[in-house]
Structures are given as structure tokens and as C-alpha cells.
Design a protein around this ligand. Structure first.
Ligand SMILES: Cc1cc2nc3c(=O)[nH]c(=O)nc-3n(C[C@H](O)[C@H](O)[C@H](O)COP(=O)(O)OP(=O)(O)OC[C@H]3O[C@@H](n4cnc5c(N)ncnc54)[C@H](O)[C@@H]3O)c2cc1C
Length: 328
């Protein structure tokens, strides 16, 4: 066969050939299994790739390594699996892509969540242990982590650049927002403090040499690791359904989440958006960029008031922030 002919007859990358049209009977020891082919040619939502990988900082990454559904009818996206599940409850009401979009938006808006649980995504992630500790709180995922009892911890540590060292936030005890001025000419005290912070991280990293030496001298890996700092990297496979991934993204893409986990959440969003574009569009519209109002805030809004009927200072600040985001 000429190469031109081969190119013309082979399916485009990520596309599988149409299966035989009729169901095939396969006999197992006890049961007759009927294998029904797809009705039309299918498309691999990962485009035939083994992984979609985004590098994070110097040593980290988040990679999408598998998806369910992996194959969808050509011309559709993995969003189709949500519609397929929803049709069990709503019948064959919608058929066209624009109707699918409307249905997905309706489901997300009305928190009809179970159809979104029908999709699953598996990620391979490398992140510092302090990020992993926040991440592992999301209990609905399945996780398998690198074992530092079994294997030597690789020599990888997270260290922000000098101009990315953050100050303690005055308004939020859990937060760090503004950065130290790294330019000694502009703010000598700030530059000195930021440099001192990086030296402190360097000192912690130096424990790695002693860790390596002690494991070589016969100390068990499970004990030798305990003096390593939480800036050291770990890795895991993390699999979760789409509903709970959206929950994770909503919490961890939020400006209140720590910057070091937020960048991973942003990257996961970027990996998923081309695969479930209708869901991600609805998620952005109804969750990520939406504003939730309390009863007190609704009353203040109706009264055109800049304050709410509460003596809680934090609630007042939150209302002020919401008013600003609404352009009031
Ligand atoms: C900005 C920020 C600050 C935080 N600060 C702290 C902190 O200071 N200290 C701290 O300890 N944590 C903190 N957390 C973690 C937070 O409290 C949650 O544990 C974490 O965000 C996971 O959320 P989740 O429970 O909704 O997620 P998941 O564990 O994925 O659960 C999703 C949902 O599934 C359901 N679910 C899961 N497991 C169960 C169960 N066993 N029984 C019944 N229902 C279940 C619940 O409805 C739950 O909301 C913080 C999180 C954020 C985003």
C-alpha cells in the first residue's frame, strides 16, 4: 500500500475505526456475553496520548493519565456521558449538542449532581508534602502515594523565588497575599527578610544529605525520612469523579486557597476544559465566577445598604468584597 493510500485510509489521530455493526456473542463459562459495538465511529478524548502533562514550578507536575469515558462518539465530548446518565431519569428528551449543553447547564445549576459522578479522571501528581496535606483532605478521591518507607525520597524541594515570598496577611490569618519587595534599594528590610526566608529553606534542604547518609548507614527508610521538611516532594495517582473534582476545583481555585495548591487546581482545570468543555463552561458560570448571597446580604441589597444587619466584622468585610465584585 502506498503511504498516500495508508494516510487516506487510516483514521485521524485519536480516532478508532468503526466497529462491526452487529453485536457479537462471546461465551464465558457460565454466561453468554453480548458485545454491542458503538453505533458510530468513536474518538479518544485524550487524542491517543498516554498523558497530558503540565509542569508546575521546578519539580512538580500534574498529568491527566486516564479518563472515563475514554471513547466518545465522534463530534461529541466526554460531556456526553453526563447526558447519557441524565437520560436515564429524563428519557430521550435531548439529542442535539445544543440541547446537551442546556441539559448540562440545568443539571449543574440545580445541583443534580449524580450524572457528573459518572465521569472519572485519573491524575499523576508531584507536589510538595505541604500541598499534599491540603489535597488529601478531599476524601472522595482514590489515592495511591509514593512510599517513603519502601523507596528513597528523591532530592526535590519546593522553594519560591525571592520575589514570590509572601507576607502574612493582616486581614486573613490563614493567608499570605502581598509580596516582600525583593529590591534592597527600594526596601532593604523587606529584601533582607525574604533572603533570610530562602536561607532557612536551604538549611532545611541540607537535612537531605544527612538523610541519604543515614539510609546508606542502615537506618530504615521509614525512620530516616521523619526529619525531612514538608517542602520535599511526594507523588501520587489521584482518581476522582467529575462532581467531586468540581468541588475540589471550586475550593482550591478560590483566591482563599493557598497559592501553591491553587496553581495545581488551575492546571487541572486547564487539562479538563477541552475534554468536558460544556461542564467547565457551566461550572465557570454557575460556581467559579458566581456570587453566593446570604439572607442578610439580600436584605442589604434590596435596601441599597453598604452594610448588613450583623455585628460580625468579617461578615461586613465579605459583604463589602461582594459589593465590589458586583460593581456596587
Ligand atoms: C481555604 C481552605 C482552608 C481550610 N482550612 C482548614 C483548616 O484550617 N483545618 C482543617 O482541618 N481543614 C481545613 N480545610 C479543609 C476543609 O475543611 C475540607 O476538609 C477540605 O476542603 C475538603 O472538603 P470536603 O470535605 O468538601 O471534600 P471531600 O472530602 O472530597 O468531600 C466532599 C463531600 O463529600 C461528602 N463526604 C465526604 N466524606 C464524607 C463522610 N465521611 N461522611 C459524610 N459525607 C462525606 C461531604 O458532603 C463533603 O462535603 C480548608 C480548606 C480550604 C479550601
Amino acid at each position: 500500500m502506498s503511504s498516500a493510500h495508508a494516510a487516506a485510509s487510516s483514521p485521524p489521530s485519536g480516532t478508532t475505526s468503526p466497529n462491526p455493526a452487529r453485536p457479537v456473542q462471546v461465551q464465558s463459562p457460565r454466561f453468554a456475553i453480548e458485545r454491542t459495538p458503538f453505533e458510530s465511529p468513536t474518538f479518544d478524548v485524550m487524542g491517543g496520548a498516554a498523558r497530558h502533562h503540565i509542569k508546575i514550578h521546578e519539580h512538580g507536575f500534574v498529568a491527566l493519565v486516564d479518563a472515563m469515558p475514554r471513547l466518545v462518539p465522534q463530534g461529541q465530548t466526554a460531556d456526553a456521558a453526563i447526558v447519557q446518565a441524565a437520560r436515564v431519569s429524563y428519557g430521550q428528551g435531548t439529542k442535539k449538542v445544543n440541547e446537551d449543553r442546556g441539559l448540562i447547564r440545568y443539571l449543574l445549576r440545580h445541583r443534580h449532581t449524580t450524572p457528573f459522578e459518572m465521569l472519572e479522571f485519573k491524575f499523576h501528581v508531584a507536589m510538595p508534602i505541604f500541598v499534599a496535606r491540603q489535597w488529601i483532605r478531599h476524601r472522595t478521591a482514590n489515592v495511591n502515594e509514593y512510599s517513603a518507607r519502601y523507596s528513597i525520597v528523591p532530592d526535590r524541594f519546593y522553594k519560591p523565588s525571592l520575589d514570590a515570598v509572601r507576607k502574612q496577611s493582616a486581614s486573613n490569618r490563614q493567608g499570605g497575599e502581598d509580596r516582600f519587595t525583593a529590591d534592597p534599594a527600594a526596601a532593604p528590610d523587606e529584601a533582607r527578610t525574604a533572603e533570610e526566608f530562602l536561607r532557612y529553606l536551604d538549611d532545611a534542604e541540607k537535612m537531605y544529605g544527612r538523610y541519604e547518609h543515614l539510609t546508606r548507614a542502615g537506618v530504615s527508610r521509614e525512620l530516616a525520612r521523619i526529619a525531612l521538611p514538608v517542602s520535599v516532594y511526594t507523588e501520587w495517582y489521584w482518581k476522582c469523579d467529575l462532581h467531586n473534582i468540581l468541588r475540589f476545583l471550586s475550593l482550591r481555585m478560590d483566591p482563599h486557597a493557598q497559592e501553591e495548591i491553587r496553581i495545581y487546581a488551575d492546571a487541572m482545570y486547564a487539562l479538563l476544559e477541552p475534554i468536558v468543555p460544556l461542564t467547565m463552561e457551566a461550572f465557570r458560570d454557575y460556581e467559579l465566577e458566581s456570587v453566593r448571597l446570604t439572607r442578610l446580604e439580600i436584605e442589604a441589597l434590596r435596601a441599597g445598604s453598604a452594610t448588613i444587619d450583623s455585628d460580625n466584622r468579617r461578615e461586613q468585610t465579605e459583604w463589602a468584597q461582594k459589593r465590589a465584585s458586583l460593581g456596587l
